[in-house]
Write a protein that binds this ligand. Structure first.
Ligand SMILES: [Zn+2]
Ligand SMILES: [Zn+2]
Length: 457
C-alpha cells in the first residue's frame, strides 16, 4: 500500500522543527537588489530566479537552514509556488482525480505533506467556487472536500495535554481555511472494530501478537487505511486523497523490495489506486519532501506535532538510507520512483474512461492519453487479506489447493511478506490472531475486490 500522508515513511516531517521554529516568512517576493542597495557578498550579484529572471531566489532572500541549494537556490517564492502547484494540478487533471461531482476526503496527519495537499485541494475548490459563481448557467457543481485525521493514541499513547494540543492545532488548521467549510472527521483507529466489542483491547492484543517490529508497524499502516476507507465510505466520500510524495514513495519502493513485495510494488506507486472501495489518489506523487517542507516554510503553513511514534525496523533503516542518498544527489528520490514507475501497473491503476458530461472535455481527452492499453497492465483478482496486495501466481496456486479452517485459510491467503512479518509463527496462535483481526479484513477476500474498478467514479 502506498503510504498515506500520515504514513509517510520518509523525510516529509524531517524538517518540521526547522519549519515550526522559523518566525518570519518571506511571503512577498523581493526583486533583485540594485548595486546601490545591495548588502550581500561584496562584488557578487546574486543570480535571479531561473524562471522569471527578475526576482531574487528564495535562498538569496533568506531560506530555512540547509536550503541554500535545490529549488531555494533556483526559484523565487512565486515561481517555486506556482511550479509546485502546477505539478499537483497536472496530476489531478490528467488522472481525473477530482471532477466537479466529487466529494473528496483528504487524509490529514499533520505533517508537511498533508498540510500542502490540504492547502492545494482547498485552492482548487476555491477557484472552482469562484468559477461557479461567475458562470451564467451554474451548471458545473463545485466538488466537496472533507478532512480525516486518524487518531492513533490507542496504539501510540501520548500525554493528554500533548494530545489535546495537537487536536486543537488540527482543528484550527482545517477550520481556519476560507470557505467553503470543510468537515473534519477525527477518527480513533479503534473504530475499525464495532463500537461494542472492546476495540482498544482487541487492537492491543492483535498488535501484541505480532513479534516483528516492522510487521507491527506495517500492520498499523494497513489498519489506518482500513479506518480511512471506513470513514470515507460512511460519510459519503468517493475519493480518498493521500499526501504521499516522491520521497515517501521512494522509501516504499526500497522497503517493498527488501520485504519481498516486488510483485505487488507497482500497484502501490501509481497516481490512482482503485483496488479499494473508495479509490485512493496521490496528487503529490511528483513533489519531494524537500519541496513540500520549503512551501510550508515559505507560506507559513502550519504543521502539527505528530502523535505517531518514530519509525522502527526496516522502514526506519530504509528512510535513513534514502535520506542519505538524497543528500548526496538531490534527484535520487525521483530516480527511484521513476525507475519503479517503469514496472507494469495493475488493471486497478487504470484511469477509467468516463463519459460524464460533468467532466470537462479536455480532462476526458487527457485521461485517454494517459491511459495504458489493457495488455500493458497486470490483472489480478486475489488480494492479501492483511495488506490488500495483489497475489502472484505461486501464491494463488496454494490458495486454490487449500480447504481448511478459517484461520489456516488466512495463513494460505496472505502474501508471503505478511506471512513472514505479521502472522504468528506458531500455528496454535493463528486461531486467536484471526479472531482479533477486524472483520473487514478477514471478509475482504470473500467479497473480492476485482469489481472495484467500476467504483472509481
Ligand atoms: Zn521567479
Ligand atoms: Zn500481505
Amino acid at each position: 500500500m502506498a503510504c498515506n500522508s500520515s504514513t509517510c515513511q520518509s523525510s516529509c516531517f524531517r524538517n518540521e522543527d526547522n519549519i515550526n521554529n522559523v518566525g518570519e516568512h518571506p511571503r512577498d517576493t523581493v526583486p533583485i537588489e540594485t548595486s546601490k542597495n545591495r548588502t550581500s557578498v561584496e562584488g557578487e550579484q546574486p543570480s535571479p530566479c531561473v524562471k522569471c529572471k527578475t526576482n531574487r531566489t528564495i535562498s538569496a532572500v533568506g531560506s530555512p537552514s540547509g536550503e541554500n541549494g535545490g529549488d531555494a537556490g533556483k526559484f523565487c517564492g512565486d515561481c517555486f509556488r506556482s511550479n509546485l502547484y502546477g505539478k499537483f494540478r497536472l496530476s489531478v487533471t490528467s488522472h481525473a482525480m477530482i471532477i466537479p461531482s466529487d466529494n473528496v476526503l483528504v487524509a490529514f496527519s499533520g505533517g508537511s505533506a498533508s498540510s500542502v495537499v490540504l492547502q492545494f485541494v482547498h485552492e482548487m475548490q476555491h477557484r472552482a467556487q469562484k468559477n461557479f459563481e461567475a458562470s451564467r448557467d451554474r451548471s458545473l457543481p463545485v466538488f466537496g472536500v472533507g478532512v480525516a485525521f486518524i487518531d492513533e493514541s490507542a496504539v501510540y499513547p501520548v500525554a493528554s495535554n500533548k494530545y489535546d494540543k495537537s487536536i486543537q492545532q488540527i482543528k484550527s488548521i482545517v477550520y481556519n481555511l476560507p470557505p467553503p467549510l470543510k468537515p473534519l472527521h477525527i477518527v480513533p483507529i479503534t473504530d475499525i472494530y464495532p463500537s461494542d466489542s472492546g476495540g482498544k483491547d482487541r487492537l492491543g492484543k492483535l498488535l501484541d501478537a505480532v513479534n516483528d517490529i516492522t510487521g507491527k508497524e506495517d500492520l498499523i499502516l494497513h489498519l489506518r487505511m482500513l479506518a480511512l476507507q471506513k470513514v470515507a465510505s460512511e460519510k459519503g466520500y468517493n475519493k480518498l486523497i493521500l499526501g504521499s510524495c516522491t520521497s515517501s514513495i521512494a522509501c516504499h519502493v526500497i522497503s517493498s523490495i527488501v520485504k519481498g513485495q516486488g510483485y505487488s510494488l507497482s500497484a502501490d506507486i501509481q497516481y490512482v489506486d482503485a483496488r479499494w472501495e473508495i479509490p485512493v489518489v496521490l496528487p503529490l506523487r511528483d513533489c519531494t519532501a524537500q519541496e513540500l517542507n520549503l512551501l510550508c516554510w515559505l507560506d507559513g503553513l502550519k504543521t502539527v506535532e505528530l502523535l505517531n511514534s518514530r519509525r522502527a525496523g526496516i522502514n526506519s533503516l530504509v528512510s535513513s538510507f534514502v535520506t542519505l542518498l538524497q543528500e548526496e544527489n538531490p534527484s535520487r528520490e525521483s530516480t527511484i520512483v521513476r525507475t519503479a514507475g517503469k514496472l507494469k501497473a495493475f488493471h486497478f491503476n487504470r484511469i477509467p474512461e468516463i463519459n460524464d458530461c460533468d467532466m470537462p472535455l479536455a480532462t476526458q481527452r487527457r485521461i485517454k492519453r494517459y491511459n495504458q492499453k489493457p495488455q500493458e497492465s497486470i490483472s489480478s483478482e486475489f488480494f492479501c487479506p492483511i495488506c490488500n496486495s495483489p497475489l502472484d501466481n505461486s501464491e494463488l496456486l496454494s490458495l486454490s489447493a487449500h480447504d481448511g479452517s478459517q484461520s489456516s485459510k488466512l495463513n494460505v491467503c496472505c502474501c508471503s511478506s505478511c506471512k513472514f512479518q505479521i502472522l504468528p509463527k506458531d500455528p496454535t496462535l493463528m486461531e486467536q490472531f484471526y479472531l482479533l483481526l477486524p472483520q473487514q479484513l478477514v471478509s475482504r477476500p470473500k467479497s473480492s475486490n476485482h469489481g472495484n474498478i467500476s467504483l472509481l467514479r
